[in-house]
Design a protein around this ligand. Structure first.
Ligand SMILES: *Cc1c(COP(=O)(O)O)cnc(C)c1O
Length: 423
């Protein structure tokens, strides 16, 4: 099966997640000379082994430059800590990387096959807006987004639910896990699959993972310029797609000391890393709501990448989890000490980095992945710093638009009828 086939299918027929059967390893020369290349040159080299059987170099370059066409910024904030800002795309969150790259691949596939595809996405917020924007008006693709009612921010809701056209949005009476369960059940439903071409665009889609490995390599190059090597990446995590992207880069040969799996109280992975088994739980709502995941799907990929070895996983990943009150303190402290304003997700990554540095005799350099722009979480942040955050004009326009979402319950039959009736 080609990479594009796996993108198109989303989930394997048995409900499993796709992974490349072998991970291509790039040369030492490539990894040692990242500092000589820009983000697009690095991306081309890393993406090429997965797509070269279907596209030539200029076509791959075009996919990359059409989708990853917004800036990345690495900012030193404290001794030994950098923040990698991944939120300069259209929806101000890192999910723009995966969603835009994936939309480009879907559009290539739709052109090849000339068949309409229905893409199902369960979202706890940022995935939805990134996917909606990535696919907006892409010919041959209908997108159906499901989000838990009352559990996403107003701005997130407005950004995904006001587009219309080929973007359908369902407001589900339930949790994110209920939304994810509905999507999973749809893929296993024979009748639906006979009627329409279903596909997924969650962080389970393999097309999301690949672009999420590129900025890790870019960061290594930027640090090489300063003589810093083997950093630790602190990754604010929910469904663990972002962190899995980093592990993919590591398996491709990227030199790195390790990764911090930083979560809110939805701490299934940190619990696992501290020695207990992997025990999914119902998700709990927090102020870092894009990480409220009780059963992170990408854990299966992490196991695959380490050949199911618990000890190997625990060697490369260290878990940290923080509750809302610690997160609020983290936001305030970082702002007071450095003037840097972090969103609640990023603040959790920062807290993990700070704890790691305090406990780490090797005093590694930490890079915190900043996953969203703080302005998206004004309600949480403004009371903490007693200041107003200025909202960029390009966001304000979303708040004025009319919401077009449809309310449904969490029962599968209702979702199924909606899909069939609107097809
Ligand atoms: C999705 C998201 C996360 C979590 O990323 P995963 O890949 O699901 O682990 C963290 N922060 C923000 C802002 C997000 O949107």
């Amino acid at each position: 099966m080609t990479f594009l086939d796996a993108v198109r299918r989303g989930l394997a027929p048995d409900g499993g997640l796709y992974m490349p059967d072998t991970i291509p390893v790039l040369s030492n020369d490539f990894w040692e000379n990242l500092h000589r290349q820009n983000f697009h040159e690095i991306s081309l080299q890393m993406v090429k082994p997965y797509l070269e059987d279907q596209f030539n170099d200029p076509a791959i370059e075009k996919i990359i430059s059409d989708s990853l066409n917004f800036p990345l910024e690495l900012k030193p904030v404290q001794d030994g800590v950098d923040i990698l800002e991944l939120f300069h795309g259209p929806t101000l969150a890192f999910k723009d990387f995966g969603a835009r790259f994936m939309a480009r691949l879907f559009s290539e596939k739709a052109q090849q096959e000339q068949k309409e595809v229905t893409i199902l996405v369960a979202t706890s917020g940022d995935t939805g807006s990134a996917v909606a924007h990535g696919f907006y008006k892409v010919p041959g693709v209908r997108v159906c987004l499901l989000y838990p009612k009352g559990k996403v921010s107003l701005l997130q809701e407005q950004q995904m639910a006001t587009l219309g056209e080929n973007i359908q949005v369902l407001e589900v009476e339930g949790t994110f896990d209920d939304c994810q369960a509905l999507v999973k059940q749809a893929f296993l439903d024979h009748q639906l699959n006979e009627k329409m071409e279903l596909s997924s665009a969650n962080s389970i889609n393999i097309a999301r993972l690949l672009p999420q490995s590129l900025y890790y390599a870019y960061t290594i190059g930027e640090l090489q310029k300063r003589g810093v090597h083997q950093p630790v990446f602190s990754v604010p995590s929910g469904n663990f797609g972002n962190l899995t992207g980093g592990l993919l880069a590591m398996k491709m040969g990227m030199p790195v000391q390790g990764f911090l799996a930083a979560t809110n109280v939805n701490d299934v992975v940190p619990q696992y890393l501290s020695g207990s088994g992997f025990k999914p739980k119902r998700s709990v709502q927090t102020i870092s709501n894009a990480m409220d995941v009780g059963n992170p799907s990408n854990f299966a990929r992490i196991q695959f990448l380490f050949e199911e070895s618990d000890s190997e996983i625990r060697k490369h990943l260290t878990g940290y989890s923080f509750n809302d009150s610690e997160t609020r303190t983290g936001i305030r402290e970082l702002y007071e000490e450095t003037g840097y304003l972090a969103c609640p997700h990023t603040a959790i990554g920062y807290l993990a980095a700070k704890n790691q540095i305090a406990s780490d005799r090797k005093a590694s350099h930490c890079v915190v992945l900043s996953t969203a722009h703080p302005v998206k979480f004004r309600d949480v942040i403004e009371p903490l710093i007693a200041e107003e955050i200025e909202v960029p004009e390009r966001l304000l326009k979303w708040l004025k638009r009319e919401k077009k979402s449809v309310a449904i319950g969490s029962q599968f039959e209702e979702f199924k009828s909606y899909l069939t009736d609107t097809n």
